[in-house]
Design a protein around this ligand. Structure first.
Ligand code: 8GP
Length: 801
């Protein structure tokens, strides 16, 4: 049906009419989207079946990637592209006067994740399938993904996201493969025939029903699976209030990351984690046992990856299944468990390192808690042998301490590999944050620098640039992204530079149009598009960016002769609903935008734009249009960053601290092609240790700082003077935890250099092209190949249909 555009057109029209029960002229864009989506899924299904059969018959090792987030983005156009049928479809639709872009707009953007960690998981799935690697994702089918953000009077308002409102054409419900999950109740221990056995009685049962989605590799026949679990009522216990049981059960998969600032929310989140882990492990073991009889060899056929600590309950749950269900001894089960599991850490921020209070944990999962206690006791005994008498160390490393279960410790002890996501982050884990674990398990620790899929972030998001690159160096880079380096030989070619400038300009025009429509702000295409898009967080320092803009505003107001290259500062960010500070920064950006954009003279030079509801589909419009990429986290705090890589691949230049993957970007492109500033990670860590930083000194000694900080509360903004008091307090009263004022001067300096560099147009274009040519290293294909070789030990399998 996709062999040529005429055949496609014919099948599409026929299907459209039969599915919708109306004539072509009557059909809506949504009808057209649903029809096309169904056709594509049908087209995928033979490859999907074939892949699964191959995996069964070859019985080689497979990896299962457990993640509480998969930030997929829209799938229709990506699937068309990966299947190699996008041109045929586009042509056929054009004949019918239908624009594929319009149809795409009807697809919801599944936001089953918050940010970097979830988007990385989605890029990894794409790379696994494209590299013909047998690897699948396991996650949760949240009814509502990350909230939709509305801005009302400059404040963020959260609305429930509704990605399933019109159904999901990509998923297949598999009720026959449902798993049962037990919560609450108690454990009865008995001793029969010299064997201990554990019976879970009085438990609340929840059914986990899988929904499978195909993960299509690029121009290969491999179609892997993303299995998302939905919570449904299982069996009612007598005397149970049926309605509340149904409500409590379904609540497990209602929302991504429910508010966890109250105990009620905490229990729900913990339930989600166990729900994901237990259902996934049951399903993995069931599928293993279909082809294999010896469960003691599970690790020869199965690798299970724990994406951050959220699925760390995989350690005790795999132990439980192996001992209580499969009958293995503790030692046998421990060997299989630790040989099967591996773990990635994504952050060193202490508030993100999960610790669960025992009083919540133990009653909810009584058997799992027993097993963790035993793991902890054995681990502490080992430590005692190694460090006799060093109670302090043992207490510090224990899995259970001070009435808390420490999930990172559990994941480290129970896994055979622990990796960070950029060189510096892995080094910080080894030598600081997790040093005591590195000392006892030196070979477990390793680095896997993050990557992004160029198939979404270049081929799909930026077809203009993709074609330009193809015309310049051929198509090899499409399959081997490191071949982008071939572009470097051409960067001095004036034609290439001009064509690149045109591509960029076109994308800036498209974004400018969107800004005009959505924000009612007219931006100058010749201005620098200076972009910071990412979750809103103090450590990411959107505030530093804001203070710089206030500073520029002041200079432009004070000195009519002060000229700079015009700039449009573009922000996009969601703040966690309970994160007061982050929401204040959103308000501050809006107040600043009002001030700047309404000043008749200043607004001709600089503008401030906040793009509402930042998400994958919006990102696909933003990265290609950016000139400057803001990666300005406090050094040591951003584990890697992946937005930095997407910008780079689209020819934006980084303004960044020496943090996360920025450092590796610098190593790739060279110091002349990136703008770095600020404290190094070591300097930040030293300050944190010696406590010698005094933000007040910077406030008192640098007039520019004093002025901008005072403007937060002196009536400069039209809001009530108390509105931004808490932000000022964070800088002065709370001693500026993220060193915003410490890095302010060097940020101003580097930004001045950026402005000057942009005016040397030719040189700027060369720098942009150098960035693109070196971006191949940051392909998630490279990252995934390293995981496959070093951690999971899996090999590709060729699928032929
Ligand atoms: C992010 C890191 O902040 C980012 O540096 C990194 O590039 C990305 O993970 C992928 O490795 N971390 C998270 O998104 C994260 O910790 N999310 C948890 C709150 C869920």
């Amino acid at each position: 049906m996709f062999s040529n555009s005429d055949r496609f057109k014919e099948s599409f029209l026929k299907r459209l009419e039969s599915m919708c029960g109306k004539g072509f002229e009557e059909t809506t864009k949504r009808d057209q989207y649903l029809t096309l989506g169904n056709m594509v899924r049908e087209y995928i299904s033979s490859k999907w079946i074939e892949t699964n059969e191959l995996y069964r018959s070859e019985n080689k090792k497979q990896v299962y990637y457990l993640s509480i987030e998969f930030l997929l983005g829209r799938l229709l156009v990506q699937n068309l592209l990966n299947l190699g049928i996008k041109d045929v479809v586009e042509e056929g639709l054009n004949d019918l006067d239908i624009d594929l872009g319009d149809i795409e707009e009807c697809e919801s953007d599944p936001a089953l994740g918050n940010g970097g960690l979830g988007r990385l998981a989605a890029c990894f799935l794409d790379s696994l399938a494209t590299l013909n690697l047998p690897g699948h994702g396991y996650g949760i089918r949240y009814k509502h993904g990350l909230f939709d953000q509305k801005i009302v009077d400059g404040y963020q308002v959260e609305l429930p996201e509704q990605w399933l409102r019109h159904g999901n054409v990509w998923e297949v419900r598999k009720p026959d493969e449902a798993a049962e999950i037990l919560f609450w109740g108690k454990i009865e221990t008995s001793y029969d025939n010299n064997e201990l056995s554990f019976k879970h009685v009085g438990a609340e049962k929840v059914l986990a029903v899988p929904y499978d989605m195909p993960v299509v590799g690029y121009h290969v026949d491999t179609v892997n699976t993303l299995r998302l679990w939905n919570a449904e009522p299982a069996a009612f216990a007598p005397n149970q209030d049926i309605l509340s049981y149904k409500r409590d059960t379904e609540a497990i998969t209602d929302f991504l990351y429910p508010d966890d600032t109250h105990d009620e929310g905490k229990i729900l989140r913990l339930k989600q984690q166990y729900f994901l882990v237990s259902s996934s492990l049951q399903s993995i073991i069931a599928s293993y046992k279909k082809e294999n009889s010896n469960i003691r060899e599970l690790h020869h056929s199965v690798a299970i990856h724990i994406n951050d600590t959220h699925p760390a309950l995989a350690v005790p749950e795999l132990m439980r299944l192996l001992m209580d269900i499969e009958g293995l001894t503790w030692d046998e089960a421990w060997k299989v468990t630790t040989n099967t599991l591996s773990y990635t850490n994504h952050t060193i921020l202490s508030e993100a390192l999960e610790k669960w209070p025992i009083y919540l944990f133990k009653p909810l999962m009584p058997r799992i808690y027993m097993i963790i206690e035993e793991i902890n006791e054995r681990f502490c005994a080992e430590l005692w042998n190694k460090y006799p008498g060093d109670w302090h160390k043992i207490e510090h490393m224990a899995i259970i301490a001070h009435d808390l279960v420490k999930m990172a410790h559990l994941a480290i002890v129970g896994s055979n590999s622990i990796n960070g996501v950029a060189k510096i982050h892995s080094d910080i884990l080894k030598h600081r944050e997790m040093k005591s674990f590195y000392d006892i398990y030196p070979t477990k620790f390793n680095n896997k620098t993050n990557g992004i899929t160029h198939r979404r972030w270049l081929l799909k998001a930026n077809p203009g640039l993709t074609n330009l690159i193809k015309n310049t160096i051929g198509e090899d880079f499409v399959h081997q992204p490191d071949k982008l380096i071939d572009l470097k030989r051409h960067i001095y070619h004036p034609d290439l530079k001009e064509q690149f400038a045109n591509v960029k300009r076109k994308r800036k025009e498209i974004l400018a149009k969107r800004i005009a429509e959505k924000n009612g702000i007219l931006v100058d295409i010749d201005s620098i598009f200076d972009v910071q898009v990412k979750r809103m967080h103090a450590y990411k320092r959107q505030l530093l960016n804001v203070l710089h803009i206030i500073y520029l505003y002041n200079r432009l107001k004070e000195d009519v002769n002060y000229t700079i290259q015009p700039r449009t500062f573009i922000f996009g960010a969601k703040a966690s609903p309970t994160y007061y500070y982050a929401k204040k920064i959103i308000k501050l950006i809006h107040s600043l935008a009002d001030k700047v954009n309404n000043d008749p003279r200043v607004s001709k030079i600089i503008k401030v734009v906040f793009m509402e509801n930042y998400r994958v589909s919006l990102a696909e419009d933003i990265f290609p249009a950016a000139d400057v990429s803001e990666q300005i986290s406090t050094a040591s705090k951003e584990a890697s960053g992946t937005g930095n890589m997407k910008f780079m691949m689209n020819g934006a230049l980084t303004v960044g601290t020496l943090d996360g993957a920025n450092i590796e970007i610098m190593e790739e492109v060279g110091k002349d092609n990136i703008f770095t500033f600020g404290l190094t990670a070591q300097e930040v860590l030293n300050y944190e240790e010696n406590g010698r930083y005094r933000s007040m000194e910077y406030y008192h000694h640098d007039l520019r700082i004093r002025q901008v900080v005072d403007q937060l509360t002196n009536g400069f903004f039209s809001e009530d003077e108390g509105e931004f008091e808490s932000i000022k307090d964070s800088l002065l009263v709370q001693n500026d935890q993220y060193f915003v004022l410490r890095d302010f001067a060097s940020y101003i300096d580097i930004q001045e250099k950026v402005g000057v560099a942009y005016q040397q147009r030719d040189k700027w274009l060369e720098k942009a092209l150098i960035n693109i040519s070196h971006s191949g290293f940051f392909s998630s294909d490279r990252t995934i190949q390293q995981y496959a070789d070093d951690i999971w030990k899996i090999d590709p399998m060729g699928v032929r249909v």
